[in-house]
Design a protein around this ligand. Structure first.
Ligand SMILES: Nc1ncnc2c1ncn2[C@@H]1O[C@H](COP(=O)(O)OP(=O)(O)OP(=O)(O)O)[C@@H](O)[C@H]1O
Length: 229
């Protein structure tokens, strides 16, 4: 598959993935994109299949799949109302999953959601760097494909700082906060596996973390910009 390499951004909830992605999207318009997820839920009025690639609101849905089990239903509603989907049937989606066409999938509120390899390739084919916000399990699934992304782990300076950021964000109940912190501990432990990531960025000072990220992505960004001109 030609086109720019996708980018995997992985890291615990609250580490700053969305913050960094938003900065990239703002500074490099028309360079980054998001894959369109599949879902078996019914389209809502006005929703059309597969619309909305490379839209900033997709950021809100970016973490939907990997952490679906620790998201509240409000999170899902918020994400779902800004996300764009390929609407499909349970049978078709199950078949795709059985054939290994999905890099991640989750069942939520009686509906299936998933990210297909083809959806990522669609972004590449549009000469956009596909940003994938996935958990460690997602990282491992992607490694089984030929997508060849750049694997970046975003990590907090400490668990205490992560907790403070999650609290200050004011999006969590005490219960969901504790779940996220427990998931974060596991995530950080698993991310130590040698060779899993190409680069680790410690998000202490956000501007510095962003500079590091831009440096890593520089080559792919240039490729996209050159291919446009
Ligand atoms: N370097 C930083 N210093 C201080 N605060 C930060 C830094 N980076 C991000 N934040 C803040 O921390 C909070 C969590 O960041 P963000 O929402 O980007 O995390 P996330 O990794 O996308 O989380 P989730 O996976 O839950 O969506 C936000 O309120 C954000 O403004």
């Amino acid at each position: 598959m030609s086109g720019p390499r996708p980018v995997v951004l992985s890291g615990p909830s609250g580490v700053g993935k969305s913050t960094l992605m938003k900065k990239l999207m703002k500074d490099y318009e028309g360079v980054f994109g998001f894959s369109v997820s599949h879902t078996t839920r019914n389209p809502r009025p006005g929703e059309e299949d597969g619309k909305g690639l490379n839209k900033l609101p997709m950021l809100l849905g970016a973490t939907l799949l990997p952490v679906a089990d620790i998201l509240s239903s409000e999170d899902l509603e918020l994400s779902a109302s800004f996300s764009y989907y390929h609407f499909t049937t349970r049978e078709a989606m199950q078949e795709g999953m059985d054939n290994g066409e999905f890099i991640e999938n989750a069942e939520f509120s009686g509906n299936m959601y998933g990210t297909s390899k083809a959806a990522i390739e669609d972004v590449q084919a549009k000469n956009l760097i596909c940003i994938l916000d996935v958990d460690i399990q997602g990282v491992k699934r992607i490694k089984e494909t030929d997508l060849n992304p750049i694997y970046i782990s975003i990590q907090p300076p400490s668990m205490e700082i992560l907790e403070t950021r999650l609290r200050d964000r004011q999006t969590e109940t005490e219960e969901s906060l504790q779940k996220r912190l427990e998931a974060a501990r596991i995530d950080l432990e698993l991310s130590k596996e040698p060779g899993l990531f190409d680069v680790v960025i410690i998000n202490e000072d956000v501007e510095r973390a962003y500079e590091e990220l831009k440096e890593i992505l520089n080559e792919e960004i240039k490729k996209v910009q050159e291919a446009k001109s």
